[in-house]
Design a protein around this ligand. Structure first.
Ligand code: ADP
Ligand code: ADP
Length: 228
C-alpha cells in the first residue's frame, strides 16, 4: 500500500529531514509513527500525500509510483488518501453535513449521490443527530469525528492521522481510537503519527519510530519507547 525505497528528503535550507527511508506498509495495517519533535514524522506524511517530493528515492502509494505522477493526477491520488489533523481543520461556517459533503462536491460527485454517502459516513462516525450543527457547537471529539468523516467520504485506501488525539481529553481520545480501528477493520490502511504514549502502549499496533530522519525501530505490537 505504501512503499518507500531509499527515500531521502533535504529541505532548501540544507536540513536533511529524512535519511534513506525504506519501509513497506501493507493494506490491512494500522501503524503508529512515533518520535520526538523534529524527527521527520511530518515530512514522512507529506511525502505520502505528495505535498513534498523526495530528494532521492522511490515512493509507491496504492500501486502508484509518485515519481511518475503528473501534476494533473495529484487530485486523484489525494482521493485515495484521507487525512485528519490535530486541529481538525473544519470549515467553521459550514454545517457538519456540508463539511463532509464538500469533499464530494469538489470532485464533481453527482448531487443525488452526495446525500446518501454523507448519511452513510455520519453513521460511521456516529454523528447522524448532529448533521445540522456547526463545528463550534460540537465538542472536540465530535469535531474530530467530522474531520474523520470528511476524510473517509471518498472511501480512501489509506487514512493518515497526524496527531489526531492531540487536542482531546483521554476519554475522548479513546473513542476516536475506536473509530479509527473500526475504519481499519473495514479495510482502510491507517497511519497515525502520535505522541500519545498511553494509547500506543495499550492499543498495540505496529510502531515505526523515527529519530533524526532515520527509522530507529519498526516493531509489530511495539511500544512508544524502550523506557515505557
Ligand atoms: P516532526 O514532524 O517529527 O516534528 P518534521 O518532519 O516536521 O518533524 O521536521 C524534520 C526536520 O526538518 C526538522 O529539523 C525540521 O526543522 C525540518 N523541517 C521541516 N519542515 C521544513 C521546511 N519546510 N523547511 C526546512 N526545514 C524543515
Ligand atoms: P433526515 O430527514 O434523513 O434526518 P435531513 O433531510 O433532515 O435528513 O438532512 C439531515 C441534515 O443534512 C440536515 O441538517 C439537512 O439540512 C442537511 N442536508 C441535507 N441535504 C443537504 C445538502 N444537499 N446540502 C447541505 N445540507 C444538507
Amino acid at each position: 500500500m505504501i512503499n518507500m525505497q531509499g527515500v531521502r528528503k533535504t529541505y532548501q535550507n540544507g536540513i536533511q529531514a529524512l535519511n534513506n527511508m525504506n519501509i513497506h506498509i501493507g493494506k490491512e495495517e494500522f501503524v503508529y509513527v512515533v518520535g520526538p519533535s523534529g524527527a521527520g514524522k511530518s515530512t514522512f506524511i507529506k511525502l505520502i500525500i505528495r505535498e513534498l517530493k523526495p530528494t532521492e528515492g522511490t515512493i509507491y502509494v496504492n500501486e502508484t509510483n509518485l515519481g511518475e505522477l503528473r501534476k494533473k493526477q495529484i487530485p486523484y491520488l489525494r482521493r485515495k488518501i484521507g487525512v485528519v489533523f490535530q486541529d481538525f481543520k473544519l470549515f467553521p461556517n459550514m454545517s457538519v453535513f456540508e463539511n463532509i459533503a464538500f469533499a464530494l462536491e469538489v470532485i464533481g460527485e453527482p448531487g443525488n449521490r452526495i446525500k446518501p454517502r454523507v448519511m452513510e459516513v455520519l453513521e460511521l462516525v456516529q454523528l447522524k443527530d448532529k448533521a445540522r450543527y456547526k463545528p463550534r457547537e460540537l465538542s472536540g471529539g465530535e469535531q474530530q469525528r467530522v474531520a474523520i468523516g470528511r476524510a473517509m467520504v471518498n472511501k480512501p485506501a489509506i487514512l493518515i492521522a497526524d496527531e489526531p488525539t492531540g487536542n482531546l481529553d483521554p476519554e475522548t481520545a479513546w473513542s476516536i481510537m475506536g473509530t479509527l480501528e473500526d475504519i481499519n477493520h473495514r479495510g482502510t490502511t491507517v497511519v497515525m503519527a502520535t505522541h500519545n504514549s498511553h494509547i500506543v502502549n495499550k492499543l498495540k499496533k505496529r510502531v515505526i519510530a523515527i529519530d533524526s530522519g532515520n527509522i530507529v525501530r519498526d516493531e509489530m505490537r511495539g511500544a512508544y519507547s524502550y523506557e515505557a
